[in-house]
Design a protein around this ligand. Structure first.
Ligand SMILES: [Zn+2]
Length: 201
């Protein structure tokens, strides 16, 4: 395979990127200066060595400490845990400045084709609940996108955590309908996220 085809094929594996867009990325890189290409190569290389997974919320971060900046922050409210689908959703909520609790990234959404939550971090979440309960956890907020995958994920996660939550007397809530249907958390504006959070039930 020639280098152009090879790069196009790699871009096509990105979420939401089709052959046409992949081709445009390659054309852009061909027109770009060598400095930009070098920066990209270095940034990609840094993903391996400079980034690791936070053992508490499971998101990827570039900090030198084991815990990420949120989990390692003693000011965060240990009584509330927001369970989100992806690292990007976590960052969207964080940017909205509404939530001062902790997060757990479940690692995706339930696929509607299989209706299964394969690969979601349910075991890791369940395992962490006793220690979180000891630390004062009172509420788990399911913060998934307002689309069919998000709804399926909500049901799936709720079913899986309900027994443990009941034993430990932890309330399970989900985002209110401040979010318009179909909206991804990462594209929602801060005010919308704020009202979805405040109207949780
Ligand atoms: Zn963390």
């Amino acid at each position: 395979m020639d280098p152009l085809e090879r790069l196009t094929t790699l871009f096509e594996r990105f979420p939401g990127i089709g052959p046409r867009q992949a081709g445009r990325f390659v054309q852009f890189l061909l027109r770009s200066s060598p400095a930009i290409r070098r920066e990209l190569i270095e940034a990609l290389g840094g993903l391996g060595s400079g980034v690791h997974q936070c053992p508490e919320c499971m998101r990827y971060h570039a900090g030198s400490a084991k815990l990420c900046g949120i989990c390692g922050n003693p000011q965060r409210d240990l009584a509330k845990l927001a369970i989100v689908a992806t690292d990007t959703d976590l960052l969207a909520l964080e940017r909205s400045g509404t939530f001062r609790g902790k997060y757990f990234v479940i690692g995706g959404t339930v696929s509607l084709a299989s209706e299964k939550g394969d690969g979601l971090r349910i075991p890791e979440l369940l395992e962490s609940i006793p220690a979180r309960t000891d630390a004062g956890l009172e509420e788990m907020i399911l913060a998934f996108p307002a689309n069919p995958e998000g709804d399926a994920t909500l049901i799936f996660v709720r079913e899986n955590i309900a027994p443990v939550a009941a034993i430990s007397n932890i309330k399970i809530t989900s985002l209110g309908r401040g979010l318009s249907t179909g909206s991804e958390l990462e594209y929602a504006d801060p005010d919308t996220l704020k009202s979805a959070f405040e109207s949780r039930r």
